[in-house]
Design a protein around this ligand. Sequence first.
Ligand code: TYD
Ligand code: MG
Length: 440
Amino acid sequence: MARVATSYVCNECGAKSPAPLGRCPRCGTWGSVTEDETHAASPARAKSRPAQTTLLLGIDGDAPSRFSSGAGEVDRVLGGGFVDGSAVLLTGEPGIGKSTLLLQLAAFTAAAGADVLYVAGEESPLQVRLRADRLRVGEGLVLTRQTDAAAVAAYLVQRRPKLAIVDSIQTMTLGDDGVPGGLAQVRDSTAVLIAAAKESGTALVLIGHVTKQGTVAGPKVVEHMVDATLSLESAGDLRVLRSLKNRFGATGEVGVFEMTEGGLKDVPNPSAAFLAERPIGVPGSVVAAVMEGQRPLLLEVQALASKSPYAAPRRVVQGLDQRRVDVVLAVLERRLGLPLDGLDVYVNVAGGLRVTDPGADLAVAVAAYSAVTNRTVGESTALVGEVGLAGELRSVSQLGRRVQEAERAGFDQVVGPRSSERVRGVGTLTEALAVVWEGS
Ligand code: TYD
Ligand code: MG
């Protein structure tokens, strides 16, 4: 059996812990964790008691309290700000801006007079200081280079900071087994930090690296343990923060930022930003009214068709679900007789955003049709709707909010499924094309 580094144990349930916690993270008993004299695991000693139970409706208390992160776009993705005592994982590729964003947020809360701890495991304190200078922030922010998770946990329990940032979870260690960044170290460090944050009421944010090749083992394990997972991605010149998991809010929520000289800045009107470089009067370019999370967005969908040099023509898709695009192209070919044979078709979402909403189908269909037939779509028309296999247009969620966003952005006409008066309602893809090119 591996050597056990644990040196504290709960006398109620036998849970082991490397830090002297005031409350057992497993059974919730206060003051039951004491130093483990044996320093070794002995399952035979652990006498299990029957689990204690409570009537569900007998439980009361207040909903967890929240505080603003200082960035409107982050608050939106979190579901209304940081939750006291919760743990959030922020993932993203190296260089995307995780440290920058969290330093900004840490500094905001510190400047408001609350205690904030920044664990600088990746960079030297001087590097963090220089970044703070660049961002012109840092008043009152407390830093540590300590990467021993038990020591950081003990700090949380004793000092009860409002917010703690761990940059990054891969640098944390617990005990002296294994390498930093290894699965066991990452998992065990996370467990100890989360338990401490729950006890101290600290909002804990863990930074987790993800490689370009995909996720590394660490963050995946951590994802199961935290209350919320956010990922920071690039979308052209913009940065998109997305909630992949959120026990205190909705998933799929997006926040949009711009990386500037002074760090990440909220982009409160992303539709305008995503449409800023839209070419006017070019075949293959259309505007889709999509929902990403609870946010309506207008995005440019582009298609290009060219004669293929290959026996099997290519379908190159970016920012959309490849299978959905394949279905839409098949419907265009089979139901509307659009000749795609021998053509390579490229479809992408301009600006680099990843769209998961099926409501983008109609825009994909019209963009492809426009590209193949070389006809342009009116610049003030936005499109919305899911395309079914029979070529029918299906309804989408939150149509009203999409239309409102389109109107706000100055679009005269929204073509979509027949379920709102403010939409130019159509029942099929054929009808949609007729409306789009009406009178032309
Ligand atoms: P960083 O936060 O270090 O990324 P991560 O922690 O995700 O690895 O940010 C990296 C990039 O951000 C770096 O290339 C420099 C750039 N940057 C700015 O453009 N403006 C700024 O104000 C700062 C601090 C960084
Ligand atoms: Mg970093």
